[in-house]
Unconditional design. Structure first.
Lengths: 361, 474
């Protein structure tokens, strides 16, 4: 193989693809990145046997071929090269790389030993704009669980219901659902949250993303980049039951003010593992947040709100802040009933629902 | 290798040893054949690759030179299909298998396909019994007599519905089933339809809610295709209409229904109707329609009793394949007495919560969750609201009810209001009397006892109280 590519292109691709390469897997070759010529272009790929990322970049191909190079070394090396053309040439089990005055020879491994890259035989495909996908992912993966004993909760449930695609995730303490877009095809898959955060990193600009999926795999095609992942096997929990439809108390508040008083209350809630008490007062049309620590002292802050009912509920401040940050609108609606029922947070419309289970107090 | 053999011994039973053609020739059991493939591969590839890809494989079946091999995930499957297949073929060739066919599956597909197999069997059974001509009955096949729980509250309705399903058009025509929300009316009438189509696949059964019927009628009227409407609703063997009460007040629609009804009835076609109250209590239903609806049999379904509620919960839990502790079922049955839909809703809510948190649905857990949703209820409602809504139901002012007037048209609403204050808010008699501007608590006592008695005897009072209660909680 003999090729010439620009440092910028190669560097960008290695930064995206190289992240997936891992030294921890049982197969040593997975720590390498695959370089392969393909119709006058260069394919750069890595996989960890759950996810694979490939990017195709422009190159001047003088000789076709393929090779795998240790990911860390090649990424760091290319990163330090000047902006110029980079020459790659294989020589048996070695690869010679030169750019300007920089020359190096790296011990590589043969591409034959590299695992075949997965291909989805799409049973379903649709396109979504990057912006919507970005929003859907970032608003749901925050509540996905990292507890591998319950694998389905480590993923985001992507499914269609009545012609609309939803993303949903939960870790057992909170739950988020985002209504994403209209789509006729019938979809119901659980995508690993880790895959989605890889997708999130790659997403930028306003391009369209093509998604293809079958029963076991899903592919995200973003420009020249393809991310293919296995799906999580299993049935997602019937979470729609948990979204409260009627609640006793509600408050509509300015989101930034709310965040501020929660952050203040959090300072006084370290001893109680972050539990803070929310109170609505209908008479004063106000929402207050309280927290008490026997060692430090106590705190009580109040803001104006449109309130219905005089209610009290105890929440975890971190979960509440996550929810408020995810909502993103200027106004936030808080709905709850009693000390144990799920608390529903929404923004200015119903597209995004965030539920937090109260802390028992 | 020795370990591996021992480990895989359990799988031998899965492989059909006797009927394979190729195996007998080479004198190896199919499992041993796969072991020998693995043995050779181990010599060729790296130990890491062997451990990652080859060790977790299993030979699922081997028939007529076709090998079905289970691999541990989709990623490994790609490797086998694209990379390792030629290698396996080469090795098998050495064992005398000239053109083996290889197929790889992952353990999750295996599970899924197994499930699908079962489903295919079921649906093919069903489809063999359906009509050759395409006719949409709009019935939901989920509703059958088998999964309808019978108790003293609905055994009569169940028996009548069963008789109608056995002899459509002959017994009880029309059959009119009524009762409050969520007590199984829709289930019962759909079960009749499903039973009829199950027994006589050629029979055409049409299910429509009153709303659908009305919309259809208006649509055809507008597009001037009333003939088509007539054909659709009259060229059938059984007509099932749900939520009949919604036809009230719609003159033209009632006429359309009346004509449809007559045509079907005269041709001895079965008519099945459900509503939330008896025909006599549906206001603005024309008299001729009322009398028609009462021609066959009008029968009510009531609130299920405790035992029936337990049975319902256990059936629903079994449906969602959940192991629900008996005590939890009993707890729910004891605490939710309103209707089956609420019962089912609470059960689903508890199961979903338990699943999300990954814990057992114990009675304590159920109590905790229900305590929430239940205490939330009465708090919403004040004595004022009950009085106001009762007054409005009777088209009176709240002040009238609280006034000293003793006109008959005020007395009954006042008594009902007292009854509701007692039953919904558990207020004391003196407090109730006070709320309604009476001095003596015995007035309240007397009124409540009177309504309590009349509810048992007089169906109109019962309906009225139930309706006001619905308005209050709406």
């Amino acid at each position: 193989m003999k090729i010439i590519v620009t440092q910028e292109n190669l560097n960008r691709a290695l930064n995206i693809v190289g992240r997936i390469a891992t030294t921890r897997a049982s197969l040593p070759i997975l720590a390498n990145i695959l370089f392969r010529t393909d119709n006058g272009r260069l394919i750069i790929a890595a996989t960890n046997m759950e996810v694979s990322i490939t990017e195709t970049i422009g190159a001047k191909v003088e000789n076709d071929g393929a090779i795998t190079i240790p990911a860390r070394l090649i990424t760091d090396f290319v990163n330090n090269l000047p902006h110029s053309n980079v020459n790659l040439e294989t020589d048996g089990g070695k690869v010679k790389i030169s750019a300007g005055g920089y020359k190096s020879t790296i011990n590589a491994a043969l591409a034959d030993d590299f695992p075949e890259l997965p291909e989805v035989k799409p049973a379903n495909k649709f396109t979504i704009d990057a912006e919507s996908l970005k929003e859907a992912i970032s608003k749901t993966i925050i509540v996905a669980s990292s507890d591998t004993t319950r694998p389905i909760l480590t993923g985001v449930y992507v499914y269609s219901l009545d012609g609309v695609i939803y993303f949903a995730a939960t870790d057992g303490y909170r739950l988020a659902e985002k209504k994403v877009m209209d789509e006729k095809s019938d979809i119901s898959v659980i995508v690993p949250a880790s895959t989605l955060s890889d997708v999130l990193r790659v997403l930028n600009g306003d391009e369209k993303v093509r998604i293809e999926l079958d029963d076991e795999q899903i592919s995200f095609m973003i420009g020249d980049i393809t991310i293919t992942s296995r799906l999580i096997d299993g049935r997602f929990i019937d979470y729609r039951q948990l979204i409260p439809t009627k609640t006793e108390f509600s408050a509509t508040v300015d989101r930034n003010e709310f965040i501020r008083i929660v952050k203040v209350a959090e300072l006084f809630a370290r001893e109680s593992a972050g539990s803070i008490v929310l109170k609505t007062k209908q008479a004063g049309q106000e929402l207050s947040v309280e927290s008490i620590t026997s060692q430090i002292g106590e705190n009580n802050s109040t803001i104006d709100a449109e309130v219905k009912g005089d209610g009290v509920v105890t929440l975890n401040s971190k979960f509440l802040l996550d929810a408020l940050n995810a909502i993103g609108d200027d106004k936030v609606n808080l709905h709850f009933s009693g000390k144990l029922a799920p608390v529903l947070l929404t923004g200015e419309n119903d597209d995004y629902k965030h539920i937090v289970m109260p802390v028992k107090s | 290798m020795v370990n591996y053999l021992a480990m895989n011994e359990g799988n031998i039973s899965e492989v059909n040893l006797e009927t394979q053609t190729g195996v007998a020739d080479i004198g190896l059991s199919s499992n041993a054949l796969w072991q020998s493939v693995l043995g050779e591969v181990e010599l060729i590839c790296t130990p890491q690759s062997f451990r990652t890809f080859w060790l977790p494989t299993k030979l699922i079946s081997f028939n007529n030179d076709k090998l079905l091999i289970e691999v541990n995930n989709i990623f490994a499957k790609t490797q086998f299909e694209k990379k390792f297949a030629p290698l396996i073929n080469d090795i098998l060739k050495k064992h005398g298998l000239t053109r083996p066919q290889l197929e790889f599956i992952t353990s999750s597909t295996k599970r899924r396909e197994h499930n699908e197999d079962v489903m295919v069997v079921e649906t093919s059974k069903k489809s063999s019994g359906s009509t050759p001509a395409k006719f949409e009955s709009r019935l939901n096949s989920r509703f059958t007599f088998d999964n309808f729980i019978v108790g003293s509250c609905n055994d009569l309705a169940y028996a009548a519905a069963g008789a109608v399903a056995e002899h459509p058009g002959e017994k009880y025509n029309p059959i009119f089933i009524y009762g409050g929300v969520g007590l199984g009316k829709t289930h019962l009438i759909q079960a009749i339809g499903n039973k009829i189509t199950g027994q006589w696949p050629a029979k055409r059964v049409l299910y429509a809610s009153t709303e659908e019927f009305v919309n259809d009628f208006i649509h055809h009227l507008r597009s001037k295709t009333v003939d088509e409407f007539t054909r659709k609703y009259r060229d059938i063997d059984a007509l099932i209409i749900d939520d009949m009460q919604f036809i009230a007040g719609k003159e033209k629609n009632q006429e359309a229904f009346f004509n449809t009804f007559n045509a079907l009835h005269q041709a001895s076609k079965q008519i099945i109707i459900a509503a939330d109250r008896p025909p006599a209590n549906i206001p603005t239903l024309t008299d001729r329609l009322k009398s028609r609806l009462l021609m066959g049999m009008a029968i009510d379904v009531n609130l299920p009793d405790y035992e029936t509620r337990v049975a319902i919960i256990e059936l629903k839990a079994a449906h969602s394949s959940v192991q629900l502790p008996r005590e939890t079922a009993e707890y729910l049955a004891e605490n939710i007495k309103t209707n089956v839909r609420e019962l089912e809703g609470s059960l689903n809510y508890i199961l979903a919560n338990a699943e999300m948190r990954g814990i057992e649905p114990t009675p304590e857990f159920a109590a905790e969750l229900l305590a929430n949703s239940r205490t939330a209820r009465p708090k919403h409602i004040t004595a004022r609201q009950i009085i106001e809504k009762t007054a409005r139901y009777f088209e009176l002012k709240p002040a009238d009810i609280c006034s000293p007037a003793r006109d008959k048209y005020i007395v009954l609403p006042r008594q009902i209001a007292m009854y509701l204050l007692r039953s919904e808010l558990h207020m004391s008699y003196p407090k109730i009397a006070n709320e309604l501007g009476r001095k003596d608590h015995t007035t309240a006592l007397h009124s409540i006892e009177k309504i309590d008695r009349e509810i048992k005897l007089d169906i109109t009072i019962r309906e009225k109280v139930a309706e006001i209660r619905e308005v209050i909680y709406a």
